[in-house]
Design a protein. Structure first.
Length: 174
């Protein structure tokens, strides 16, 4: 693995179509092989439609960042604080909701750079803990977060169409 210095920039509402494109592509590439095609198509439309993403970008407690290599968007980060968190974890926490890297840009240190950005956001917002959910059948992501010092503290259900999946909840004090 090698580290490439990438450009990380905050998304604005003007970037919503680009965000939709990278969101759908990276989610599909990550989970399509383990999902029913109909469930995947419905999820991509409901989770990453323009109206929903616009509302999320405009939420003052959610923050999106693109990671670019050679001006091309190759991944993104979404973090939440306060009531924007997907689970009520308290005022002293930040949620890393999404770190996704395009399959062709993985293993270049970009996920680590987005992770570092998430930790920087947590510190900037005076948070003491960072938490996230990771699919129980995604050992690469689990290993990445365990290597960063996260410990499992629970789980929750993630519903994608007719599929009921289990996400492991992991946290880290900072």
């Amino acid at each position: 693995m090698f580290n490439i210095e990438a450009l990380i920039e905050q998304c604005t509402v003007n970037d919503v179509r680009k965000l939709q494109e990278i969101s759908r592509k990276t989610f599909y590439d990550t989970f399509a092989a383990d999902s029913e095609p109909t469930d995947m198509a419905r999820y991509l439309e409901s989770a990453f439609n323009i109206d929903k993403l616009t509302k999320e970008i405009q939420n003052p407690e959610s923050f999106f960042y693109f990671v670019r290599l050679d001006q091309e968007i190759v991944g993104y980060l979404k973090v939440n604080i306060g009531d924007a968190q997907t689970e009520p974890m308290g005022a002293d926490t930040l949620e890393i909701q999404r770190i996704y890297i395009d399959v062709d840009s993985k293993h270049k240190g970009l996920g680590g750079q987005l992770y570092d950005k998430a930790i920087s956001e947590a510190k900037q917002h005076h948070k003491n803990k960072v938490w996230l959910g990771v699919w129980e059948h995604n050992p690469d992501a689990q290993g990445f977060y365990a290597h960063k010092g996260f410990k499992q503290f629970g789980d929750h259900e993630f519903i994608m169409g007719s599929e009921h999946q289990r996400d492991l909840l992991m946290e880290k004090s900072i």
